[in-house]
Design a protein around this ligand. Structure first.
Ligand code: GDP
Ligand code: IMO
Ligand code: MG
Length: 426
């Protein structure tokens, strides 16, 4: 089998959905291994826009099978909403979309607790998507969660939910000073969630083994990005899962894959964005930042929040290459930089009078560093119509060549627009 792992190399929203959509033309299956409906992966097919939150972007290719792996936290209500959109658009999901029985479930109380925790943190809030991600992973790791298979088992579901509600209601009333949850209400909601999921829950591991035996091509779709990883990101301003490529080994059921060809493709924008709070050394709170937001249409695909924008940060991206073990890069949204006179990229940081070449673990340092920039000449040409690497303006090729050299890995794909055909294989 050949496996391509496609991960976000920055703070999310790098254009993973588009890259997965392009690559899935030659894949048999696409698998998600972490995160939940906090993701928003945009794919354009012609003029039609789709935003996938939970279901792998491969669902838009009729012959591709899609798996939701063990490391995901799945909200059946968000799942149903997504299915409705797909079915309305004539996209078939029966017999080609499977949820692992070990996938943990997000219930409405996880979303409520997510909101309460944020409110309580006040100014220090993370700026989560409010999708219940943190509380669901908390339950999973404190061994109180419900997996898809548990949700489908009525006595286990009932027992586990009632046990959970004792603690949740204590938290809600005594700590958050909110109203409690009604157990009968929750049990009813959970039963409805079970009905939604039932047709889709099936062992996914034997299917992967079969794909392996048949020498098929599997695409693995990351959500979020390395800088939001629970271990490697800008903690505590991170998500609660493992977006880094290593997360696939525990979240997919594939094991430490060593059976054949494996490519680790990191997706990075030609500049940088972040949504939610937390450090962002190259952030531009000025006219240039606004220009990037306008030209790149930088508004969250899940929450609609304006994304914070800034210059490409090669210190963070180099770190991301290391913690992901990337072998290849996809640079997206190059077209957004068309028309800028000068482009800057951070090649180091200054902190307390010293030069830093490595992304610091210390939150205070992440917040206080000053980027050391290298400037590039911009290009005054439209790259959105380029289809070959050689069609790109010289200045754009120089920009990309510098990125590859700095990071020590090749730029394999360049994206110059939101459509499928706006892609260059280098
Ligand atoms: P994801 O979460 O990594 O899949 O990225 P999002 O879908 O949240 O955000 C990426 C946005 O950029 C989407 O609106 C895409 O349609 C758009 N996009 C992707 N690639 C390109 C590109 O090369 N150029 C432009 N202009 N837009 C792109
Ligand atoms: P995709 O897959 C960008 C951010 C939130 C917040 C932090 C924690 O589209 O790239 P959470 O709801 O996960 O507990 O929020 O992570 N975040 C994302 N930012 N893209 C995403 O997904 C994100 N998913 C979560 O804004 O800062
Ligand atoms: Mg997104």
């Amino acid at each position: 089998m050949s496996v391509s792992i496609v991960v976000g190399a920055q703070w999310g929203d790098e254009g993973k959905g588009k890259i997965i959509d392009v690559l899935s033309e030659n894949a048999s299956a696409v698998l998600r291994y972490q995160g939940g409906a906090n993701a928003g992966h945009t794919v354009y097919i012609g003029e039609q826009k789709y935003v996938l939150h939970l279901i792998p972007s491969g669902i838009l290719r009729p012959d591709v099978v899609c798996f939701i792996g063990d490391g995901v936290v799945l909200d059946p209500i968000a799942y149903q909403e997504e299915l409705d959109v797909l079915h309305k658009a004539g996209i078939r999901t029966e017999g080609r979309l499977w949820v692992s029985p070990r996938t943990h479930i997000i219930l409405p109380y996880h979303k409520r607790l997510d909101m309460c925790a944020e409110k309580r943190k006040g100014k220090k809030k993370i700026g989560t998507t409010g999708r219940g991600i943190g509380p669901a992973y908390m339950d999973k790791y404190s061994r109180m969660g419900l997996r898809a298979i548990d949700l489908l088992n009525e006595p286990i579901r009932r027992e586990r939910i009632l046990q959970n509600l004792e603690m949740k209601n204590f938290l809600l009333t005594s700590y958050y000073e909110e109203t409690p949850l009604d157990p009968e209400d929750i049990l009813q909601q959970a039963a409805a969630c079970a009905d939604i999921l039932k047709p889709y829950v099936r062992e996914t591991i034997p299917d992967l083994a079969e794909m392996n035996a048949k020498g098929r091509h599997l695409l693995i779709e990351g959500a979020q990005g390395a800088m939001l990883d629970i271990d490697y990101g800008s903690y505590p301003y991170v998500t609660s899962s493992h977006p880094v490529a290593g997360g696939t080994f525990t979240g997919s059921g594939l094991g430490v894959y060593s059976g054949g060809d494996m490519r680790l493709l990191g997706v990075a924008k030609a500049y940088l964005t972040r949504v939610g709070n937390g450090p962002f050394p190259t952030e531009l709170d000025d006219e240039t930042g606004r220009m990037l937001r306008d030209r790149g249409n930088e508004y969250g695909a899940t929450t609609g929040r304006p994304r914070r924008c800034g210059w490409l940060d090669l210190v963070a991206l180099k770190y991301s290459c290391l913690v992901n073990g990337l072998t290849h890069l996809a640079i997206t949204k190059l077209d957004v930089l068309d028309g800028f006179d000068t482009l800057n990229v951070a090649v180091a940081y200054q902190y307390k009078g010293r030069r830093l070449d490595f992304f610091p673990a210390d939150l205070q340092a992440q917040e206080e560093v000053t980027p050391v920039y290298k400037s590039f000449k911009g290009w005054q040409k439209d790259t959105s119509t380029c289809r070959e690497y050689d069609d790109l303006p010289d200045a754009a090729r120089a920009y990309l060549a510098y990125i590859a050299e700095f990071l020590g890995i090749p730029v394999h794909i360049v994206s110059t627009g939101q459509r499928r055909d706006q892609i260059i294989f280098v």
